[in-house]
Design a protein. Structure first.
Lengths: 334, 304
């Protein structure tokens, strides 16, 4: 960390008091650094004020748990009913499934990259996975809509829905058909691909933090490669993995277009995996262009709710990742 | 140290070694190999979707690319063939360009601050910059709508190029700050100390020593941020809105964007519109991947 290094300071003999240019320079720097905080604060305050009439009418509880979303057409007051539960439910459901799919894969990829792959292959492998993060969301939406859901997720979902899994009590209903092509399942799958790079990058960083001595000590005790990975490296990196997972969850919660296209845009929420639904980002993206002023306030209210959910997840993630210390930060995929 | 601690040495079966060769040990070794193979499977689970995605975009997008695509605007109906995304490409480049002009100096300034004046305030800024990288882009769009576009309480600039550019710059800013800071941190303290030793002021040291030394890395970070900005569509729904002709005004007229045009085209059930959307997707992927390859090539040249 830079704080532990001594940063060279300008020479005292140079006479700092007279340096008008230096003071101007530092003022500019403080302005630039503060701009991040100012922008963040301005965004939160302005959207909250704008969305306030909706929260005031529905109440926070009514807004979060209300099941009915009927949009009014007023320009000056709140006349519709705004219960965002179907959207909040869809967002959390798809994001959690995405995390459940992506985290084991990410840990596996990071372990392979850091521990198994030969040295010359490590950088290309890391680049390849990072490239997944560079693909624009709209392209994921396009390919998801015209290829993956038709030829991969749809058939795969059908296999699951036809499997004996559906006759298991309690959880069986979750996997039951009919399988829709635009569903929580499709949205969760595209999210899993999209959040894979960030979780993998964090895992790579924290695995690299495991001291070489501990690794060698385990090998010296006769541990196999898998035993070293599962009993030394992963436990040592546990908090970092949790941090990376939460960071991925934050990304999944806020991902917009791919979900908007693939989730099905149905306001009737369902417990099933293969049913169509809606999410917070999807309803914002899909209905904004045609929204009346009143509906825009309601969309802003969803936006504010989404912001605070992702904010909590991100702050938690960053606190955990920061505690791991060192140079963990996700590098190219921040 | 002459002790070989490589796992390979443990694997080779050699007689008269101290290594245990019980059945249990062989079983553990087999299990380890099996799990390693499984790890290889997880790598494939990332590479296969990426390769599939790129292949499909190229297979569908490349045939739809032609001269018309870059020189004409889209016909009024999604049913009509021909035409292109000229207005979208102009809009994307225009907005991304302005967003870069806003976020690059601001982000670089913030990064220099974080690097030059470590302390509690720097830590707070760094932390919230990290948090800002995770703010949903659609929320940024809504916030810029409330702040800049909307007339009630905002600046009332209306939908257009500037609003879209501001939204993109807010998304790019934390990326520029964090990547630049990482690069500035790599500049050896000796260089700065030498500059100060010659009597240079802080701004002289920063502009003549620190920034030039870190220049390749800073460029890399900026290019990656541009790539992110160019591929972003969600916030433009609320800020640029979309247009059907080439828009050159900064404010006052809604602006178009490749992503917005794709979104309009591929959600309609008409082949011509969908084909143009594939071409648009190909264009975006090409822009983003070329930028990232350039960025990495520059990073590799860095002396730090």
């Amino acid at each position: 960390m830079s704080t532990t290094l001594t940063t060279p300071e300008p020479s005292k003999l140079r006479g700092i008091g007279g340096g008008r240019a230096d003071r101007l320079f530092r003022g500019t720097l403080i302005f630039a650094a503060s701009s991040v905080l100012v922008i963040l604060a301005a965004m939160i305050i302005r959207t909250t004020i704008e969305a306030w009439p909706v929260f005031a009418k529905e109440g926070l509880f009514g807004f979060v748990f209300g099941q009915q979303w009927s949009v009014g057409t007023s320009r000056s007051e709140v006349t519709g009913t705004y219960g965002a539960f179907p959207f909040i439910y869809g967002t959390i459901k798809t994001s959690l499934i995405a995390v459940v799919v992506a985290v084991p894969l990410a840990i596996g990829i990071a372990l392979f990259t850091n521990e198994v792959a030969p040295k010359w292959l490590r950088r290309p492998l890391a680049y390849t996975v990072d490239t997944l993060a560079m693909v624009p969301s709209i392209v994921y939406a396009l390919v998801g809509m015209y290829f993956f859901r038709l030829y991969v997720w749809g058939p795969a979902g059908q296999v699951i829905a036809d499997s004996p899994l559906t006759s298991v009590p309690i959880i069986g209903g979750f996997f039951s058909g009919p399988v829709l092509l635009s569903s929580y399942w499709s949205a969760a799958n595209i999210l899993a691909i999209m959040i894979l790079p960030i979780i993998t990058a964090i895992c790579r960083d924290v695995f690299a933090q495991v001291p070489e001595d501990e690794r060698n000590a385990a090998y010296a005790m006769g541990a196999t490669r898998w035993e070293v990975m599962s009993k030394v490296i992963v436990p040592h990196s546990f908090s970092g993995i949790v941090g990376g997972t939460m960071l991925g969850l934050g990304r999944a919660l806020g991902e917009t277009l791919a979900v908007a296209v693939l989730i099905g845009s149905s306001q009737r929420w369902a417990g099933r995996l293969f049913a169509g639904g809606d999410s917070m980002t999807a309803v914002i993206a899909n209905t904004f262009a045609d929204a009346h002023p009143e509906a825009i306030w309601a969309l802003l209210a969803i936006g504010v709710t989404l912001f605070f959910i992702t904010m909590f997840v991100n702050i938690g993630a960053r606190l955990i990742v920061a505690r791991v210390g060192g140079r963990v930060g996700g590098g190219a995929v921040i | 140290m002459t002790i070989d601690t490589q796992p390979r040495a443990v694997l080779d079966p050699e007689p008269q070694s101290l290594r245990e060769t019980t059945r249990n040990a062989r079983r553990r070794e087999r299990f380890s190999k099996g799990m390693t193979f499984l790890l290889f499977g997880t790598v494939m689970a990332a590479i296969v979707p990426l390769v599939t995605l790129l292949t499909i975009v190229v297979v569908n997008g490349w045939p739809a690319i032609n001269g018309e695509f870059f020189t004409q605007v889209e016909p009024l109906s999604y049913r009509d063939r021909g035409g292109g995304y000229l207005h979208g490409i102009v809009g994307t480049l225009y907005m991304t360009g302005i967003a870069t002009l806003i976020s690059a100096p601001l982000g670089l300034g913030a990064a220099v601050y974080l690097n030059e004046r470590p302390g509690r305030y720097a830590n707070i800024v760094r932390f919230f910059t990290d948090v800002m990288t995770g703010v949903p882009s659609v929320f940024v769009g809504l916030a810029v709508y409330a702040l800049i576009v909307s007339g009630s309480g905002g600046f009332g600039l209306g939908f257009g190029t500037l609003a879209g550019a501001i939204a993109l710059s807010i998304i790019m800013l934390p990326i520029v700050v964090r990547s630049s800071e990482e690069m500035l941190r790599l500049v050896p303290a000796d260089l700065k100390a030498a500059s100060y030793g010659l009597g240079a002021r802080q701004w002289q040291t920063t502009f003549r020593v620190t920034l030039p030394a870190a220049a390749p890395g800073l460029t890399t970070g900026a290019i990656l941020a541009v790539a992110r900005g160019a591929g972003e569509t969600a916030p433009l729904i609320m800020t640029a809105l979309g247009a059907r002709q080439v828009v050159t005004q900064l404010t006052g007229a809604p602006q178009s964007d490749v992503g917005l045009l794709m979104l309009g085209g591929f959600r309609q059930p008409f082949d011509a519109g969908i084909e143009r959307a594939w071409a648009g997707g190909f264009t975006l992927i090409a822009i983003v991947l070329i930028l990232s390859i350039v960025a990495r090539a520059i990073a590799r040249r860095s002396q730090l």
